[in-house]
Design a protein around this ligand. Structure first.
Ligand SMILES: NC(=O)c1ccc[n+]([C@@H]2O[C@H](COP(=O)([O-])OP(=O)(O)OC[C@H]3O[C@@H](n4cnc5c(N)ncnc54)[C@H](OP(=O)(O)O)[C@@H]3O)[C@@H](O)[C@H]2O)c1
Length: 256
């Protein structure tokens, strides 16, 4: 397996780090020279990592090319490249519509979209891909798990869900600050809440057959504190605010 990356930034570093620690049969990794420091750091990690002279060098050398540049410069970078007919291209560029991308590529390539998350570095990242593709799915499955969207609509919904990471930490920060305001030192509050939420997530991942609603019931004693808190959260607009945020994300994803 011979892969290349146009754009060597945060997500490329995470993927390459995961790949190097995985059992994937990757023989060569071609990196574009930007960012120089990250490319040099990754090349130092393994002899299979090569820094190419330019973006075209990556496209020419790689069987599968990952597009990992920011959306703002994507058109300029991609329209300057010449791809081979049938070449595998995986776009990681958030909110970039495949029709637009195909128009820029101007070649009959095999295009897949993917949303890897930084956790692929530890091979614990869940990656949404569209359209379903066995090779791309098994690549990302080796870096955690892969979820293949069957339709563009499904993929857009997963993209919306992937944007809840900041909200998650926001809930933790608000809770930690509240505990601090009532007298618990910030570090102690954080040391309590982070493992608590990690255990809840682990329980959800392991409980494939139980819905979140069932877990909520299981973790809320009737008339107890957990039931009181989630009821208050709902009544005070917590759930409605979350739905509104998701609506806003989906609207943006569909129109960009
Ligand atoms: N970070 C994530 O968790 C994540 C997850 C899923 C998808 N994505 C998507 O992946 C893409 C990259 O995100 P990122 O977070 O990795 O961004 P990033 O850290 O800013 O990386 C982008 C890289 O592109 C390089 N670059 C700039 N101009 C270039 C050019 N003309 N040719 C080639 N490379 C060039 C930059 O190099 P310089 O530093 O030298 O400017 C930078 O290293 C985005 O479209 C983002 O939506 C990111």
């Amino acid at each position: 397996m011979n892969i290349g990356f146009v754009g060597t930034g945060t997500i490329t570093e995470a993927i390459v780090t995961g790949v190097l620690a995985s059992t994937l049969p990757v023989t060569t990794i071609h990196l574009s020279p930007r960012n120089k420091d990250i490319a040099a750091r990754l090349a130092e990690k393994s002899p299979i990592v090569h820094q190419e002279a330019d973006n075209q060098g990556v496209v020419d050398a790689a069987h599968t090319v990952f597009l990992a540049i920011r959306p703002q410069i994507a058109q300029e970078v991609i329209t300057a490249l010449r791809f081979r007919p049938g070449q595998k291209v995986v776009s990681l560029v958030a909110t970039l519509d495949p029709k637009t991308l195909n128009g820029w590529i101007q070649q009959d390539v095999h295009l897949t979209q993917a949303i890897p998350l930084p956790f692929v570095a530890e091979r614990q990242g869940v990656t949404a891909i569209f359209p379903p593709d066995a090779e791309v799915a098994s690549f990302f499955a080796a870096l955690g798990t892969a979820v293949e969207a069957q339709t563009k609509a499904e993929y857009d919904l997963l993209a919306a869900a992937s944007a809840l990471m900041g909200t998650y930490f926001g809930i933790l920060e608000t809770s930690t600050r509240w505990l601090e305001s009532k007298g618990l030192p910030y570090e102690q509050a954080k040391a309590y809440l982070a493992p608590l939420f990690a255990s809840l997530s682990e329980t959800a991942v392991k409980s494939q057959s139980r819905s979140f609603a069932e877990l909520r019931l299981e973790f809320s004693t009737r008339g107890g504190l957990n039931e009181q808190a989630s009821g208050d959260f709902d009544r005070n607009g917590g759930s409605a605010a979350l739905e509104k945020a998701l609506d806003g994300l989906l609207k943006r994803i569909r129109t960009e």
